[in-house]
Design a protein around this ligand. Structure first.
Ligand code: HEC
Length: 376
């Protein structure tokens, strides 16, 4: 009996929306099935989306829909503001599978123009009316060294190798957002060195951090955050992997959207050890500029080439500022685009004594958007 109802409900949807399976797995809403003449985003949403997403944007029960793929809750401020409009237009245009979602989310690209879809998405974005939540457009592609201003839910594993005291260094970073603007962070580095034919190494100092977005505006295209970190002397001291003193770090991060999918990011701050006989006070600043390109039309894989400039200087008179240049490229690995890879080449620009070029790369998993195996 229940399955008969499911089949019937599906049939009603298929006929109501003119859904047909297309080769890319998406169900396509046919051209001419939606009248868009002079309609607002709210009206278009009511006509084309509310059957599954509900007029209030909260989504509908499986029993009403006749399938058990849960529909997202667009009123949830934790979720909706962080998704860039362009990503949602992509999903609505091409159907769920374009971002590794279910094909229950149909493709409207044939029936609705991009301008209609942007109007609808604007309406959907209004379901979370609290402006405290920074918009996902301000979540710029992460550079290898410059810390983002956007508060994130991420795992990042960064590895560097080359000549020099630490042949291979790997750092694990866990970031968790809470509330609209805050994020906590835990960082643990590891180093291994090859000497006399064998590898040795261990863990470095553990970092605990807190970051808060102080100001952000999608209209003006910027976000600014302040952060404080404590680096605890937990590392392997005997192997030279600890600073042997607690270090306080504080910095400002800034992100700016530029025309044609370009962006600029800046981070500047200081590191202040509690015992300055063990480690010196240091100032640092980093900047990244880049642009995002998409492969195979506007909805495909995103490539973001960037160049980073890094500067660090001991806070004592006569100290040299160390400059490094890091050309790099970030690429989305899966169709959901929440798993990304970045590879770059860090090269010292001055004072090359004991400072070597290194390959640096990371794997990034935005775990809020899905599991590691989701959305491929
Ligand atoms: C036939 C039912 C149905 C209709 C009609 C429908 N959707 Fe969906 N939509 C879904 C389902 C189911 C999902 C969840 C897919 C998943 O999680 O795998 C979804 C997901 C989405 C998402 C992805 C959100 C995320 O998780 O990032 C967006 C955006 C979206 N829909 C927008 C729209 C818009 C805009 C319309 C109208 C133009 C629309 N949908 C019409 C069923 C539908």
């Amino acid at each position: 009996m229940r399955s008969t109802w499911c089949v019937l409900a599906t049939l009603v949807f298929v006929t109501a929306f003119g859904l047909v399976q297309d080769p890319s797995q998406a169900q396509v809403v046919q051209k001419g099935t939606v009248n868009t003449e002079g309609k607002t985003g709210a009206q278009l949403f009511a006509d084309s989306c509310a059957a599954c997403h509900g007029r209030d944007g909260k989504g509908k029960e499986a029993s009403v829909l006749g399938f058990d793929v849960p529909t997202p809750d667009f009123t949830d401020c934790q979720f909706a503001p962080r998704e860039p409009n362009a990503d949602w237009v992509t999903v609505a245009h091409e159907g769920g599978p374009v971002r590794g979602f279910s094909n229950r989310m149909p493709s409207f690209g044939g029936a609705l123009g991009e301008a209609d879809l942007y109007r609808i998405i604007d309406h959907i974005k209004g379901f979370c009316s609290d402006p405290a939540w920074p918009r996902g457009e301000l979540n710029l592609p992460k550079a290898l060294h410059t810390e983002k201003a956007f508060p994130e839910d991420e795992w990042v594993m960064t590895t560097g190798f080359g000549k020099g005291p630490a042949n291979v260094s790997t750092e694990f970073v866990y970031e968790k957002r809470f509330g609209p603007r805050n994020q906590i962070e835990v960082k643990l580095p590891f180093q291994s060195t090859r000497a006399n034919g064998h590898w040795s190494g261990g863990a470095g100092d553990l970092t605990l951090g807190f970051k808060r977005a102080m100001a952000h505006s999608l209209e003006k295209g910027f976000i600014v955050s302040l952060a404080g970190e404590v680096i605890l002397p937990t590392g392997d001291s005997a192997a030279g992997l600890s600073k042997d003193t607690t270090v306080f770090e504080s910095f400002v991060s800034f992100g700016k959207l530029l025309p044609s999918d370009s962006f600029f990011q800046f981070q500047g701050g200081v590191e202040l050890p509690t015992d300055t006989t063990k480690a010196g006070n240091e100032a640092f600043w980093r900047a990244a500029i880049g642009r995002t390109f998409t492969q195979n039309g506007p909805f495909g894989r995103a490539w973001s080439p960037m160049v980073e400039v890094l500067a660090a200087r001991d806070l004592e008179s006569g100290a040299t500022t160390h400059w490094d240049l890091v050309p790099q490229v970030q690429v989305t690995l899966n169709t959901r685009q929440h798993i990304r890879f970045n590879i770059g080449w860090r090269t010292p620009l001055n004072d090359r004594r004991g400072r070597h070029s290194r390959v640096v790369m990371y794997f990034l998993w935005d775990w809020f958007d899905g599991g590691l195996r989701d959305g491929w």
